[in-house]
Ligand binder design. Structure first.
Ligand code: HEC
Ligand code: HEC
Length: 289
């Protein structure tokens, strides 16, 4: 079992490096077309026209949906295969190279160091505004809720297909970000759940803009509110959270660096090759046309 797991990690890394190398070979693109901005939402800064366009239409381009559906079918088959491997275990996980969340601190210590107000997840989410939508990369119907506390925005994710419950807390004043995967306790409260996922490999800027596969069943007005709020953070701060060697080489491609500059969006590294490949080759939303 251990060998199978190491093989999966090696295969994943090789595929990622290939995608990252392809980036440096692609040609330059032209500048973004200018569009009239929509009025800013109350209390939030106005967004650049390109981001307003994403708020207006966050869904996958119709011409890409069949390819995305094929990608989802492959992902679900792969997920079922990986589910046969042993479940993560708190004691062992942080000792397995590459299988932990990739933070500078061991996962458990990272969790213990999250400020209590960021880590305090409500037992009952039913009163919080929720967007339900079909995920475009891994499949399944996900549900994302927002709890705007006095100091933190807590983004709460439920993904029943992948048996995943997670939270990203953003300190509104500083845009410092904290990632948590959680599991329910018998009394309904939430406890630390060791994760197999490296959150930063897909979340280089903090919370991800929600870009569903299709419109059916999605509350478009609430989704626009959520995405506007997420875009308004720009690149979040990870503090000392990320271990520099674990993120690989910076991606300095000039088609990306103008926006992924560590201010507007998070800088990109080879660690994020999988997310980059998804955005460039499958969804084809990056670089923006
Ligand atoms: C394979 C890529 C991937 C990985 C790995 C990943 N996420 Fe996400 N996550 C996403 C995407 C994409 C979204 C946006 C919603 C969607 O499309 O499903 C998202 C959304 C979320 C949200 C809802 C708020 C938001 O960002 O829109 C939370 C909370 C979340 N993820 C937590 C986590 C945590 C915690 C981890 C690590 C344990 C993690 N994620 C790892 C891709 C990923
Ligand atoms: C005009 C500004 C702009 C340029 C140029 C740009 N991006 Fe983005 N990128 C964004 C915005 C805004 C988002 C959030 C919306 C989304 O996820 O589609 C984003 C999201 C992403 C994400 C998801 C992680 C995140 O930061 O939320 C990846 C990966 C990504 N871009 C890769 C690239 C790559 C690779 C290039 C260059 C080939 C590129 N981008 C060029 C603006 C840009």
């Amino acid at each position: 079992m251990k060998i199978a797991r190491v093989l999966l990690l090696i295969l994943g890394a090789a595929w990622g490096l290939e995608a990252a190398a392809a980036l440096t070979l692609a040609p330059l693109q032209g500048a973004m077309p200018a569009r009239a901005p929509v009025p800013p939402a109350k209390g939030l800064p106005a967004l650049p026209p390109f981001e307003e366009e994403i708020v207006r239409n966050p869904f996958a381009p119709p011409g890409r949906r069949d390819d995305l559906r094929r990608g989802i079918a492959r992902e679900i088959a792969g997920f079922r295969l990986r589910s046969l491997l042993p479940a993560p275990d708190a004691g062992r996980l942080s000792e397995v190279a590459g299988a932990d969340m990739g933070w500078a601190l061991p996962d458990r210590t990272y969790w213990d160091n999250i400020p209590p107000a960021a880590r305090q997840i409500p037992k009952n989410w039913s009163g919080l505004p929720a967007v339900r939508f079909p995920n475009a990369e891994l499949g399944g119907i996900r549900e994302i809720r927002l709890r705007a506390g006095p100091e933190y925005d807590q983004w709460l994710l439920r993904d029943p297909l992948h048996d995943l419950t997670a939270c990203i807390s953003v300190q509104r004043l500083t845009h410092r970000v904290y990632f948590m995967e959680v599991a329910p306790d018998p009394d309904g409260s939430w406890r630390y759940q060791p994760s197999r996922d490296n959150c930063y490999s897909c979340h280089p800027s903090g919370p991800r803009v929600i870009r569903p596969l299709e419109e059916t069943g999605v509350d478009a007005a609430l989704l626009a509110r959520f995405n506007r709020r997420i875009l308004s953070y720009g690149a979040c701060h990870f503090g000392q959270g990320v271990l520099p060697p674990s993120r690989g080489e910076p991606i300095s491609d000039s088609r990306c660096a103008g926006c992924h500059d560590g201010v507007r969006r998070g800088r990109l590294y080879t660690l994020q090759a999988r997310a980059i490949r998804f955005k460039m080759e499958l969804e084809r939303s990056m670089p923006p046309q």
